[in-house]
Write a protein that binds this ligand. Structure first.
Ligand code: ATP
Ligand code: MN
Ligand code: MN
Length: 301
């Protein structure tokens, strides 16, 4: 009866009624992982994924025939997602409105998976007000050949700089090559201000330590350095969502970690599809329970 007691205390489970077809279709040929296994990952992480991805305009990396075949980055609805995937009209730079996608429950998440989605990316704002950022991200992109130790040190540098400015940050390994250092924000500053802050901080870090960092877009400038991708902080830019699977051969997963774990984690692609039970279990640990949560605003600089 103890389990019943605990179950009653938890919020309603984020379960879905969406039927996944072609469960045996191989999506990751190198790892022999199927659409069914991908769907099982998302069904398992729905409850820990939805608090962050929910009610955010999203873009999807869809690969209906698997990662090795054609994939496309989808920002708008073409009308085929049904009612669990919602629309929000957002005015684009050219002045006309486009229907962006958002989800707020497991049915929405699983509908996207049923439609061939592997990766979920999201805006840094919620649908209540897409002009106000609810997070700042420093996307640390190492040049080929740099080892993860360099990325780790860079992440701690950003943590310390942002801390000195009064911003608490949380790290995420992307499942790719790098790390995102994320400062949650109480929605207040609008995109031009947020981008300006991110740009100026990235520039300052790169000028102060040009051996290790660059904030320049030119590929040649990135040689042997970490590119501080501040451009995740402009209106309409997206970043991969926590617990999203990646299209990489090994079926890695973007995963929130603690700063303590950052000291020892071996790779930004440490977590994989199949680690979902562990990922869910981890979130109740003391260090991850408050991941991504802080009431704070950009400092005046
Ligand atoms: P890594 O750690 O390997 O850098 P990442 O998720 O940070 O992983 P990036 O290449 O640094 O990958 O980020 C690219 C960002 O650009 C993604 O976060 C995504 O939201 C966005 N993006 C990816 N593909 C497209 C696309 N086709 N069109 C527009 N934006 C894209
Ligand atoms: Mn990156
Ligand atoms: Mn990047």
């Amino acid at each position: 009866l103890e389990t019943e007691h605990h179950a009653a205390e938890r919020p309603a489970p984020a379960t879905s009624t969406v039927v996944i077809t072609s469960r045996d279709r191989v999506i990751y040929p190198e790892a022999n992982i199927t659409k069914g296994q991908l769907a099982d990952h998302y069904a398992a992480v729905a409850e820990i994924m939805l608090p962050w991805i929910g009610s955010r305009p999203i873009s999807l990396v869809r690969c209906p025939q698997g990662r090795a075949k054609q994939c496309f980055f989808q920002k708008h609805d073409a009308g085929s997602f049904g009612e669990a995937v919602h629309h929000i009209g957002i005015v684009e730079k050219d002045g006309h409105e486009e229907p962006y996608l958002y989800i707020d429950d497991a049915d929405g998440l699983m509908t996207c998976v049923q439609m061939g989605t592997i990766e979920f990316h999201g805006w840094g704002a919620r649908i209540e007000d897409v002009e106000k950022a609810d997070r700042l991200i420093f996307d640390l992109d190492p040049d080929e050949g740099l080892d993860f130790e360099a990325v780790r040190e860079a992440a701690f540098q950003f943590r310390d700089i942002l801390k000195s400015m009064g911003l608490e940050t949380f790290p995420m390994v992307t499942g790719g090559k790098g790390v995102h250092v994320i400062a949650p924000l109480t929605p207040k500053a609008e995109w031009p201000q947020v981008k300006d802050f991110a740009y100026r901080l990235a520039q300052a870090v790169a000028q102060n330590d040009p051996k290790h960092f660059t904030a320049a877009l030119a590929k040649a400038r990135r040689k042997g350095r970490i590119f501080v991708d501040y451009l995740r902080n402009q209106r309409g830019a997206t970043a991969v969502m926590p617990y999203s699977a990646r299209t990489r051969a090994g079926a890695s997963v973007a995963a929130p970690i603690s700063w303590g774990e950052m000291k020892t984690i071996d790779s930004p692609a440490h977590f994989h599809i199949g680690d979902a039970p562990e990922l869910v279990r981890r979130t109740s640990s003391k260090t991850l329970a408050s991941w991504g949560r802080a009431e704070q605003v950009l400092p005046d600089i």
